[in-house]
Design a protein around this ligand. Structure first.
Ligand code: FE
Length: 206
């Protein structure tokens, strides 16, 4: 696999080695139950991810009542719908319109709506993103390949440990009559952070 000549840990990255060492110590000292730890990791690897948020967005696109409930109190609307799992954090949904595009950051660290988007992308935690998106969101968007009309304002929302944000992107034109499932396939993770837009229906292969 590599030209390294170490023992059996050599295929692990440094961070993986550190995590393994930490897990071993915590388990040996009885602080963590490895079975529970495995369940937590599996939960975030398979059950929670942007597919959850995509379903929420698609639902909001087809159901005006759910949409207004979502914008009023996202935590309550999502949890009470019983369709997307439980939201254990204070979640606020912010809606993109032709007049206002929303972007989410955590300037202090990396707070992120895990319940609907899963694990944050690496760039979300990077210092350049966290500082530049506040100073010059339009150029950050350009880096992501997104150009908005000059008449569209950009609002940046700063997450905290107490409050997380989910962007409700605009429904792409040309999707009239689409099923929720098909609509959800257009909703990218970045479109729910505000660094991207939903995929366009023409770009779809199916
Ligand atoms: Fe944070």
């Amino acid at each position: 696999m590599s030209d390294h000549d170490h023992d059996d840990g050599s295929h692990l990255s440094e961070i993986q080695l550190r995590v393994r060492a930490l897990e071993t110590i915590l388990t040996e000292k009885g602080y963590v139950d490895p079975t529970v730890l495995d369940q937590i990791v599996e939960h975030f690897e398979t059950k929670v991810g942007p597919h959850v948020g995509a379903k929420v967005v698609a639902r909001a696109w087809v159901d005006p009542t759910f949409r207004s409930n979502l914008l009023a109190d996202a935590t309550k609307a999502i949890t009470e719908s019983g369709r997307f799992g439980t939201i254990g954090e204070h979640l606020i949904a912010v809606e993109n319109t032709p007049e206002q595009h929303n972007m989410v950051v955590c300037t202090l660290c990396s707070c992120y709506p895990w319940d609907v988007l899963g694990l944050p992308p690496v760039w979300y935690k990077s210092a350049p993103y966290r500082s530049r998106v506040v100073m010059d969101p339009r150029s950050v968007l350009a880096d992501f390949g997104v150009t908005l009309p000059p008449t569209t304002g950009i609002r940046v929302w700063d997450s905290t440990a107490e409050t997380r944000y989910l962007v409700l992107p605009q429904r792409p034109a040309g999707t009239e009559g689409w099923s929720e499932e098909r609509l959800a396939s257009l909703v990218t993770r970045d479109s729910m952070i505000g660094t991207g837009l939903p995929a366009q229906p023409g770009a779809q292969t199916s």
